[in-house]
Design a protein around this ligand. Structure first.
Ligand code: SF4
Length: 375
């Protein structure tokens, strides 16, 4: 059982402050209505956005710019979400991850099904996400199997997880395999980062970055690429990515002697705990208005749902990690396939599922797991 092997493999009590900052708890733990994907969809659908451009409807917006059918391009990226378990509970988390999510973690059988499916495609990249994916006992097995297959592997890392016991060797282990590490860090200043992710996050993150630098990450070697991923601390859009990268590089070097290779900036998606924060802070309607008014048609062809397949811990298939959290499964002419009965041809025929949350990806310069879409 995954829960038993998880408990045995965990580096320490993930509920403790020592394991990672926790400015809130998961919606799931609080039995909040927002823990239910359907309820989240309803909250977004009920907003009075009809007076906005495109009547606040994403399908209308893309159709007016020529996308009357919204279908995928060639599949390039397998994004595997191997679980919701995390040592942190950040306020903006669209996964609603946390230490209490011990049930939703991918087992070896499903990982093997992902690998068999991967072998049926020409996808060049495997993007491993969570939760904190490193906490899944099958994480290193999955990385090794993908590296053996010659894939570019990405580990989406919250940084603080690298400080946990039994994780000390991980920077070197990942570096030896050429894994790109994409680390979430809201801001290069302590105040902004700790406001979103909890007190102490910034210092732990800097320590983790130092450990990554010490084994060669973040110094221009494409085999040890260190990417930082920022998101706005508040109800506004991500700023200019290229400009921010220069500022971050100078700030982190000057103040902390830390280096990294590139910065990607993402918009926050109105899903799960960020949706909760928008509601409780009274920003929900104005944030959605901002997203709709900032719709940028030039981003549509580059949306990540067009070249990515997102797989959940239990092997269900989605167009992207956001649709996964809203439970909007892939629909094909053959029904809703599972990773066990994966067939690339069926997937190519699907229409991508969309909703109002999609305006988060098309606002401003656009936003995807690879950062801004339009430079
Ligand atoms: S949320 Fe973004 S990536 Fe996902 S389907 Fe909508 S537009 Fe595509």
């Amino acid at each position: 059982m995954i829960e038993d092997s998880l408990t045995a493999s965990l580096p320490l009590d993930l509920d403790s402050e020592q394991s990672g900052p926790k400015p809130t708890t998961s919606l799931h733990r609080r039995h909040s209505p927002l823990a239910t994907p359907h309820y989240q969809q309803q909250v977004l659908a009920d907003l009075p956005l009809e007076s906005l451009p495109y009547q606040g409807d994403f399908q209308t917006a893309i159709a007016q710019h020529g996308w009357t059918s919204f279908q995928p391009a060639e599949l390039e990226i397998f994004q595997i979400n191997i679980g919701k378990l995390c040592n942190m509970t950040c306020r903006h988390c669209h996964v609603d991850a946390g230490p209490d999510r011990t049930t939703e973690n991918m087992n070896r059988e499903t990982i093997d099904a992902c690998l068999r499916a991967l072998d049926l495609t020409n996808a060049h990249t495997v993007d491993i996400t969570g939760g904190a994916p490193e906490l899944n006992p099958n994480f290193r097995y999955l990385v090794d199997e993908c590296v053996k297959r010659g894939k570019h592997v990405i580990d989406r890392c919250n940084l603080t997880v690298l400080l946990l016991p039994r994780m000390e060797d991980l920077p070197q282990w990942l570096g030896d395999r050429g894994v790109e590490i994409v680390c979430s860090l809201p801001h290069y200043r302590k105040l902004n980062t700790d406001a979103q992710r909890g007190n102490g996050t910034f210092e732990k993150s800097i320590e983790a970055l130092r450990r990554l630098n010490a084994v060669g990450y973040g110094q221009g070697n494409p085999q040890q690429r260190l990417t930082l991923m920022s998101n706005p601390v508040g109800a506004f859009l991500a700023g200019n990515q290229a400009k921010a990268e220069q500022e971050w590089k100078a700030g982190l070097l000057k103040n902390h002697r830390v280096t990294f290779d590139r910065l990607i900036s993402l918009n926050n998606m109105p899903i799960a705990r960020y949706l909760e924060w928008l509601e409780t802070s009274g920003n929900l309607e104005s944030y959605m208005e901002l997203l709709v008014n900032a719709f940028n048609p030039a981003t549509v062809s580059g949306l990540m749902c067009r070249n990515t397949l997102s797989i959940s811990w239990d092997g269900r298939l989605f167009d992207c990690d956001f649709n996964q959290m809203l439970d909007l499964e892939v629909e094909t002419p053959m029904g809703r396939p599972h990773i066990h009965d994966f067939h690339p041809d069926w997937l190519a025929q699907r229409a991508i599922a969309t909703g109002r949350h999609c305006f988060g990806c098309t606002a401003g310069s656009g936003s995807s797991c690879g950062g801004a879409i339009e430079s």
